[in-house]
Structure formats: C-alpha cells, structure tokens
Design a protein around this ligand. Structure first.
Ligand SMILES: Nc1ncnc2c1ncn2[C@@H]1O[C@H](COP(=O)(O)OP(=O)(O)OP(=O)(O)O)[C@@H](O)[C@H]1O
Ligand SMILES: [Mg+2]
Length: 226
C-alpha cells in the first residue's frame, strides 16, 4: 500500500478568511510512499447550494456537479524531484473515475504541468504534453479517458473564461485538469479534487491532495489502495 491515510477527529473550526490547506502540517518524509492526512472541518463546505452570479449581461449559474456533506481526509507527501512528481501523476491516473475535475494550485514552476504530464502518461498517452498557457486548453482524446488540460495563468479578468466558452468543457464526462483555477473564479465549476504543490526550500515539492466531493474522496481511496 502506498498511501497511508490517517483520519483525525475534528476538534476546531476554521476562522473566517483562514484557508483550510494551511492547516495541513508540512511533512518531510523523503519519498512518495507515505502520506499523512487529516480531516478538515465539514463546516467549510458550502457547495450544496447553487452559485448564481449576476453579470451586466445577465445571470450566470455555475453548475454544481456534486453536493457533499463532508470534505473527507486530506493527504500530503514530499516529492523529491521531477520524477517523483511524474510518478504520483501516473499513480493518480490509475485511481481516476471517468469524470473528475482537478484544480492544481501552486506558484509558477511548482510542478503542476509536470504532474499533468505524469497523469496523461499513466492514462496511456504517449505524445508530447505541452503547457496550455497560450492555448488555454489542450484536449487529449487518445488517452484511456478524454482529458482537458487548462491553464488560466494569462487571464487578466475571469470573464475571459466565459467569453472563450470554456464552461462547456465542464459538462459531460472526461477529466479536467485546471492550472491557475483561481484566475477563472468565480465562474469555474467546483473541483472534485484539489491538488496543491508547494516549492520547498530544499528544492523538492510538497503535494497536498484535498478531496472535495464523493468522487474526489473515492479517487483518494483508490490511490490509497494502489
Ligand atoms: N518534485 C520536484 N522537485 C523539483 N523540481 C520539480 C519537481 N516537480 C517538477 N519539477 C520541476 O519544476 C519545473 C517547473 O515545472 P512545471 O512546468 O510543471 O511547473 P508549473 O507549476 O506547471 O508552472 P507554471 O505555473 O509556470 O505553469 C520543471 O523544471 C520541473 O522539472
Ligand atoms: Mg504549468
């Protein structure tokens, strides 16, 4: 078993404005075979409601693919080098359902595209995986499951997400990998799984997996038993 998930009791709430991932302890375990986890307070979840956003052009409803009652466990691991990032991407590929939205969050150069590259490789895609920084989206239809890889870094206004008609990619089956999801907020549909990558002072990366839906939780469980 690669992933060890520990369920911890919830003892404290989160203050307004506090980011839940900051509560995940930084772990330096030196390899990707061990994961430490904690359960986040269920009170953070507000996604059982539909999000309605009023624009000058009318009302826009952000589709809610799921409703959840519990955020479930998070998992963290240290990735020593690029090959470790590729490797966790490949393992994640084996744990995926046919439909999932993953938000990848991290600074420039944190390893988001590298992880997507590993994931696509794990799905059997053998071609080149380019960063979609300029194209906004790269579709992969030759992999075991259709994958859409987005990068919203260049957005100066979140409205560009709607103007480019990218919301349509979030309907139906397929895996959606989104780099810089925060730049398309509040229009981007919610993630099933959030992946955070942090650059460590030693040069490696800390990866945190945060499931945000039953599908995301299942994915983490599959990873745990892989
Ligand atoms: N675990 C790791 N340890 C050290 N370097 C890594 C690790 N994972 C990836 N890298 C390296 O980090 C660099 C940047 O990776 P990548 O392009 O995937 O980042 P990114 O998060 O997609 O950046 P951007 O925000 O610009 O799209 C690459 O040179 C890659 O090899
Ligand atoms: Mg990238």
């Amino acid at each position: 078993m690669f992933v060890h998930i520990i369920h911890l009791p919830v003892t404290t709430g989160i203050q307004p404005g506090q980011q839940p991932w900051l509560g995940v302890p930084e772990i330096d375990i030196g390899n990707t075979d061990l994961i430490e986890a904690k359960r986040l307070p269920p009170s953070l979840d507000t996604r059982s409601q539909r999000r309605e956003i009023t624009l000058p052009t009318g009302k826009f409803i952000v589709p809610q693919a799921h409703s959840i009652d519990d955020n479930g466990p998070t998992a963290s691991m240290h990735l020593l080098d690029e090959s470790a990032t590729l490797s966790i991407g490949e393992r994640l590929a084996k744990a995926l359902p046919d439909r999932l939205t993953i938000h990848l969050i991290g600074d420039l150069g944190a390893g988001k595209t590298t992880l997507c590259r590993g994931l696509l490789r794990g799905l059997g895609y053998l071609g080149k995986v380019k960063s979609p920084t300029y194209t906004l989206v790269e579709p992969y239809k030759d992999s075991r499951i259709v994958v859409y890889h987005f990068d919203f870094y260049r957005f100066t206004d979140a409205n560009e997400f709607l103007e480019a008609g990218l919301d349509e990619y979030f309907e139906g089956s397929g895996i959606r990998l989104v780099e810089w999801p925060e730049r398309a907020q509040p229009f981007l549909p919610e993630a099933d799984l959030e992946i955070r990558l942090q650059i460590d002072s030693g040069g490696g990366r800390t990866l945190t997996l945060l499931p945000l839906s039953p599908e995301g939780r299942k994915c983490l469980q599959n990873l745990d038993s892989s």
